[in-house]
Design a protein around this ligand. Structure first.
Ligand code: ATP
Length: 218
């Protein structure tokens, strides 16, 4: 059957294969000619294929796959043959991704807990504006601001801060002012998910380069 792997930089594989093993969201999938047609989500990992006794292993980044009786078509961001993977570059990418994930996760947690505390106070009678202000300032100081969620959160916290400073504002005004900061927490969550994916990609690339994935299956 035909195995076609396409990336934005062009085709990476265009070969005939007797059997193929793909890393899908639901686990590895083995495919042979005549396989039931399906579509699926490809996760970063090892792509194995065997053609007339010759084995091949590639790294594939995430993407989608369409399996039909005669063909496996993978659309992915990037793919490399095992031997083409630059180990040093992959190790550095993993270090970077792990650090970014750690920072982003810490930032998200700190921001979330500052806002939860503020929200609890706003639900109670008689808001202690001074305490809230102190909390906001602490959050502004301590969150390791990084990326677009950092900018959005800083803007939102500063807005909340000036609402707090204005004695004329009501508790309802304060509740409305906390909304954009909550949006920043959501955005931080999305960015944590992105950083997690980068880390998984780098880990998978390294595993393929080191031959740590499913070698026994072939
Ligand atoms: P880096 O941060 O090291 O650039 P990246 O995650 O940004 O990694 P990708 O977006 O996955 O890289 O890929 C960009 C291009 O570089 C693709 O063509 C991919 O095949 C290639 N590539 C990325 N990392 C490696 C590597 N370690 N060895 C060989 N090619 C790589």
């Amino acid at each position: 059957m035909h195995l076609l792997v396409l990336t934005p930089r062009g085709p990476v594989m265009d070969v005939e294969a007797d059997s193929i093993i793909l890393p899908l969201e639901s686990g590895f999938l083995g495919v042979k000619k005549g396989h039931q047609p399906l579509a699926g989500i490809v996760v970063p990992g090892g792509l194995f294929h065997r053609s007339s006794g010759e084995k091949g292993i590639h790294f594939v980044s995430g993407g989608v796959v369409e399996v039909s009786e005669e063909r496996v078509l993978i659309l992915t961001d990037a793919a490399e043959e095992k031997g083409e993977i630059d180990l040093g570059r992959a190790e550095k990418a993993l270090e970077r991704a792990t650090l970014r994930l750690k920072r982003r996760e810490a930032g998200r947690l700190r921001l979330e807990s500052a806002l939860n505390r503020a929200w609890r106070q706003l639900r109670e009678e008689g808001v202690d504006r001074k305490r809230l202000l102190l909390d906001m300032d602490r959050a502004l100081e301590r969150v390791p601001w990084e990326g677009d969620e950092g900018e959005e959160a800083a803007r939102a916290l500063k807005g909340l801060r000036s609402t707090l400073l204005d004695k004329e504002t009501t508790v309802d005004d304060l509740r409305a002012a906390i909304g954009p900061a909550m949006d920043a927490v959501q955005l931080a969550g999305v960015n944590v998910a992105r950083a997690t994916l980068s880390q998984k990609r780098a880990q998978a690339r390294l595993q393929v380069a080191r031959g740590e994935v499913l070698a026994s299956l072939l």
